[in-house]
Design a protein around this ligand. Sequence first.
Ligand SMILES: NCCCCCC(=O)NO
Ligand SMILES: [Zn+2]
Length: 342
Amino acid sequence: MLTIYSDDHRLHHAQGEMVGGEFQPCFEMPARADHVLARVKAQQLGAIREPEDFGLTPIARIHSADYLDFLQKAWAGWAAQGNTADFLPGVFPARHLRAKRPDDLYGQYGFHSFDCFAPITAGTWQAVYTSAQVALTAQREVAAGARSAFALCRPPGHHASADVMGGYCYLNNVAIAAQAFLDQGAKRVAILDVDYHHGNGTQSIFYERADVFVANIHGSPSFEYPHFLGYADETGAGAGEGYNLNLPLAAGSAWDVWGAALDTACKRIAAYDADVVLVSLGVDTYQNDPISSFKLDSPDYLRMGQRIAALGKPTLFVMEGGYAVAEIGINAVNVLEGFQGA
Ligand SMILES: NCCCCCC(=O)NO
Ligand SMILES: [Zn+2]
């Protein structure tokens, strides 16, 4: 299986995030991608290539002009005000406020964010731009006939919607790749999000569309981040009614429960008969993940890959979350090896 990877991810490394009321080192750190890449090499998964540059056009098929304009100019504007620390938002258009886009940079940051977990640094734009190009390059490989490909994206993307960032996500890599398949002639695309957290951004982007089926298996928003989307009654709207599947699970879920949910999702994907399947590959479902509560063990990721392979569709894997850094490579590549060996 081909892996697409770029060192540009290293340009994004924020100073910290609020954990337990204290400013602590970011869980979403460059070492995550280093460990996955090292395991790809150790397991001789396949060739590793740099991304091509497809420009802003395919990104703009998913994200709004205002949003992309903000992301590109934010750091320069922040630095021009004499700031050197990371840029962070603090005020959001919550309920009972007016979601009118302000003129000033700080107001725009809050307008384009749903939490404080998407810090902007000097290198953030380049890193997220390249992460999207990684997904687009792997997409081309599958579109050209490869059975599968792995987009080793960092930063991740599934929490980002058309014009709102959060949860370490800025550009929705999997959505950008899904749209590229459709723009290149695919009729139906399925996205399976196996990350521990609900992919609220991906859901919102395709919620009213029937050409993309989105399935999520995740910690229930009743207790887990992102807290405000991901319930089972969210089944799509308008033309998209019936094309969104949420399988929220209880804290502490292990393979017995998780694997059954995967089977349910795969049956719905099989019925949808997609031309291609994209997998938002987060491995924060792992039992030792520091910010998550599921109990999957490393062999379970082999089973995950095997079950996805049984769909019998060309498959694009796009890296999302996973913060048990020592095991992230084993777990992510186990999925890919389980898929490849099936
Ligand atoms: N406290 C912020 C939690 C962000 C979740 C990031 C993630 O892994 N999403 O899949
Ligand atoms: Zn996650």
